[in-house]
Design a protein around this ligand. Structure first.
Ligand code: AMP
Ligand code: GLY
Length: 429
């Protein structure tokens, strides 16, 4: 069949790489298309120009090219209802409806659903005006967790140490710092513990565990500096033991899937739960309605099953008949190479020579690259995801950094300690 993959970052390069190995694309006539894609994705897919906000043109392309499955990578087109338009046109699509994508698109929607379904998460107040938000601070102790309600490209969360900082941040949010995303705000109780990500595939009724990962959100070593989209990840995150994973499924994921079906918005796609492992057990920090970036990269490297078959089964509501997902025992670890200045103002255009980075089995996913006069250059904040495997996190980490040593890119930087928590734990194993 023909498959269309939407998006153009490191997550989509990993998806394209894995989809290209699918039996769905094994025939001589089968095509993988990607829009907009990137130079790395071009190794596996035919790049096409499609405006993702122009839903009619995406449907037209699918009809013209007889596309049998659309895989939507990023959250914005999902929240915007692209999956709904495609489904209405009879195209199988991996990704939730706009109603279901509210689990990522609206923090207050998710908090309300958790409260109704008894899902463990931080206590909260939903404020619709600056006055209401200021008054609500009385009910919380510092540090104050303040979240713009809508999509804010991962930047809509402020943790304020003092009441004065919290009031300033609220004034910024209601003043339009995050556009309409900050017109409503959620104030939350601060949770402490280790963070971990958990992924589940669901067709709205059945749920398949898709494994765990740990991201590194701060830009600097030892988790310092501003938040980013993620500077590196590894999978599995062993701190989420099988016992805890069972608890996450029973107390968080399954009640969410049931609650979404109950309100007439069944969730179909990948449900990405950001979790805090607190002393009272795992609690939900937030949901995302897509694979994580760079968590997807490490999951795809470990996945032993046919990704195309799994995503199509999900799109066609056939997960009840699907066996559990097989992930390699090995650890996968990815290090993000970002452009100098990221996350504020990344420099663009820096030259990149990949050299022998992949020679020893590492995989370099392109996140923000472009071709300029035939040469590879940086075109985004996060530029490359250098990914390796090993029997331990320490081994995968050593291989990833060795591959990075082979990359010649003077305008890129990376954290040097991706995986540090687990590397420390491995020392005492
Ligand atoms: P989010 O975009 O909701 O994942 O929040 C970004 C980051 O803020 C999370 O990865 C956590 O590190 C932190 N965070 C969010 N909510 C809380 C909370 N209620 N308590 C403590 N930290 C939080
Ligand atoms: N790496 C975090 C995310 O994709 O949201």
């Amino acid at each position: 069949m023909n498959i269309l993959l939407l998006g153009g970052g490191g997550r989509e390069h990993a998806l394209a790489w894995k989809l290209a190995q699918s039996r769905l694309l094994a025939g001589p006539e089968d095509r993988l298309y990607a829009a907009p894609g990137n130079p790395g994705i071009a190794d596996h897919a035919e790049l096409v120009e499609l405006l993702l906000t122009d839903h009619a043109s995406v449907v037209r392309f699918c009809n013209d090219q007889r596309v049998g499955l659309v895989v939507i990578g990023p959250e914005a087109p999902l929240v915007d209802g692209l999956a709904d338009t495609l489904r209405a046109a009879g195209v199988a699509v991996f990704g939730p409806s706009a109603q279901a994508a509210r689990l990522e698109g609206s923090k207050s929607f998710t908090k309300k659903l958790c409260r109704r379904a008894g899902i463990p998460t931080a206590g909260y107040v939903h404020a619709r005006s600056l006055d209401e938000a200021r008054a609500a601070l009385d009910g919380f102790a510092p540090p104050f967790v303040l979240k713009a309600d809508g999509l804010a490209a991962g930047k809509g969360v402020v943790i304020a140490e003092s009441r004065a900082d919290a009031e300033d941040a609220l004034a910024d949010m209601f003043g339009g710092q995050f556009g309409t995303a900050g017109a409503e705000v959620v104030i939350e109780e601060f949770m402490t513990g280790e963070e971990v990500s958990f992924f589940a595939l669901t067709d709205g009724a059945s749920v398949l565990s898709f494994g765990s990962a740990q991201d590194h959100k701060r830009v600097g070593d030892a988790d310092t500096g501003p938040n980013t989209g993620g500077m590196g990840a590894y999978s599995p995150a062993r701190v989420l033991t099988p016992l805890l994973e069972g608890e996450v499924l029973e107390r968080i994921i399954l009640p969410t899937v049931r609650a979404m079906a109950d309100i007439g918005a069944p969730y179909s796609g990948v449900l990405f739960a950001g979790l805090m492992l607190t002393s009272e057990g795992p609690k939900l920090i937030e949901y995302n309605c897509r694979f994580g970036d760079p968590e997807c990269q490490v999951l795809m490297v470990r996945l032993e099953d046919d990704l195309g078959g799994l995503l199509l089964a999900c799109a066609e509501n056939r997960l009840a008949a699907a066996p559990p997902v097989n992930m390699a025992q090995d650890v996968a670890l990815t290090v993000v190479m970002a452009a100098d200045g990221y996350p504020d103002t990344p420099t663009r255009g820096g030259a990149i020579t990949l050299g022998d980075a992949e020679a020893e089995g590492a995989k370099v996913f392109h996140a923000g690259t472009a071709l300029q006069d035939g040469e590879l250059v940086a075109s985004g904040g996060r530029v490359l995801n250098v990914t390796a495997t090993g029997t331990t996190v320490a081994e995968a980490q050593a291989r990833a950094y060795s591959a990075i040593g082979a990359v010649d890119a003077p305008d890129l930087f990376c954290r040097r300690d991706i995986g540090w928590r687990e590397v420390e734990r491995e020392k005492t194993d």
